[in-house]
Write a protein that binds this ligand. Structure first.
Ligand SMILES: [Zn+2]
Length: 439
């Protein structure tokens, strides 16, 4: 069988089937897609133009960032010690007012795309003004993305009135229809910035075009209090009545959920996007991740924007999500490793309706793949590759990223330690003890 590339890692975590770690397998790539996965002993069947040896590395499907505001990379560091409303009203919205335009969004997204691909993120679900310019920046970085048919209930450089936002939302949907690299979500900003009539119109757009709805929901306790005062019900209940809550809903944040809210999301088949760093930095609270997962709700992970995180590092985000879920549930068996790796890849792909193409290493899917060096001083010995990928390795251990089978990142090691401990000496110590620690 003739193929373009043959990747030969020590381990492979395909994510589907869940919980599997393959050792000594190869992944063959042809025409941008995964042609096959086979044991290394059968690699002779492939005639590859290029073979990439990846000793000591683990291969995974590209991470799917389920919630970003890519252009906000240019607002990184702004307003570090404020609550959400002060942060938005005193810092972010005024800064956006000064900068907003196609050039700001393109250049910010280009920068964010670069940061994300270097972090193993091959697809992001973006939520921002000037979506075509965001798409341009992200795809130039080599990424796949969903951009937003966006609406926020106040005038901006993008649109002055709700009607103009809606008109542009439909134009964006048309512009990217059938594009294999760029999808579109219908994206009301939040329940507290979008009125009933526009919310209904956006629900209609989502239904007509079969597109996900991407919206911040139940991020803070104040949001829920205000909704009770203004509408006499919690935001999720209001959105349900307006037609927003369906299997296409991506409910971002979902920090403050009672049993009824969880029941509503679960019955609808909606997805939740968990953004733990942003929720911690803005002290929004702790999302009930274990209860969300137990209710059978599809979970994805998002970084949010670089102004509330402040890095687009999905491996770190997933590690934090797992640890927080354990602590908040008071149960170390909550948020198991493979479930969290699933959330960071397939969970996001499913929420975007993109799971036939991306999210796992399976034959015929797009070859969106990244490789992480586990046999490194900071993560040896390798006893449990999946757990160590999540808990010991970081984006600094990523060596290669391919999107559609095309190499977009290749890292050269530059660390030079003067203490006399070389990588090969570290590995020889680790290998010496590995079989004694776990025979
Ligand atoms: Zn956000």
């Amino acid at each position: 069988m003739q193929v373009e590339k043959l990747l030969k890692p020590t381990w492979m975590i395909p994510v589907v089937p869940e919980g599997v770690v393959l050792k000594n397998h190869v992944l063959a790539v042809s025409e941008g897609r995964i042609a096959a996965i086979a044991p290394a002993s059968e690699a002779g069947q492939f005639e590859a133009r290029e073979t990439v040896e990846l000793p000591g590395e683990v291969l995974l499907p590209g991470l799917v960032n389920l919630h970003s505001h890519a252009a906000m990379n240019l607002l990184r560091g702004l307003g570090p010690d404020l609550c959400l409303q002060d942060w938005l009203q005193k810092k972010i919205w005024p800064a956006e007012g000064r900068c907003m335009g196609p050039e700001f969004v393109y250049e910010g997204s280009r920068l964010a795309g670069e940061e994300m691909v270097q972090s193993g993120v091959t697809c992001t679900n973006d939520h921002y003004f000037f979506p075509a310019d965001a798409a341009r920046g992200l795809t130039e970085a080599g990424m796949r993305c969903a951009v937003s048919a966006f609406l926020i209930g106040f005038p901006s450089a993008w649109a002055k009135t709700d009607d103009e936002y809606l008109k542009k939302a439909e134009e964006v949907i048309q512009q990217f229809r059938g594009n294999p690299r760029v999808h579109v979500t219908v994206a009301p900003h939040a329940p507290y910035t979008v009125g009933d009539e526009s919310m209904r119109a956006l629900a209609g757009l989502s239904e007509r075009y079969g597109l996900p709805v991407h919206i911040h929901i139940h991020e803070t306790a104040a949001e829920i209090r205000e909704s009770m005062e203004k509408y006499g019900c919690r935001p999720i209940e209001r959105l349900r009545r307006l037609g927003i809550v369906s299997s296409r809903l991506i409910s971002v944040h979902s920090v403050h959920l009672n049993d009824e809210d969880i029941g509503t999301l679960a019955r609808a088949g909606a997805s939740v996007c968990h953004c733990p760093s942003s929720n911690l930095k803005l002290a929004s609270g702790f999302a009930p991740v274990e209860r969300i997962m137990k209710a059978g709700i599809n979970l994805g992970i998002g970084t949010d924007g670089a102004a509330s995180n402040d890095k687009l590092d999905m491996l770190a985000e997933t590690r934090l999500a797992a640890m927080l879920a354990k602590a908040t549930a008071g149960d170390p068996t909550a948020a198991p490793v493979h479930k969290m790796l699933y959330a960071a890849t397939m969970g996001g792909a499913k929420a975007l309706g993109w799971d036939k193409e991306i999210g796992s290493l399976e034959a015929s899917k797009n070859a969106d793949v990244f490789s992480v060096l586990l046999e490194e001083i900071t993560s040896v010995p390798v006893l449990e590759p999946a757990a160590q990928l999540l808990y010991s390795a970081g984006r600094e251990n990523i060596t290669h990223v391919w999107i559609d089978g095309r190499l977009v990142v290749e890292k050269q090691q530059t660390i030079r330690s003067l203490s006399g401990m070389s990588r090969s000496r570290a590995l020889s110590i680790a290998h010496k003890w590995q079989n004694t620690v776990e025979p």
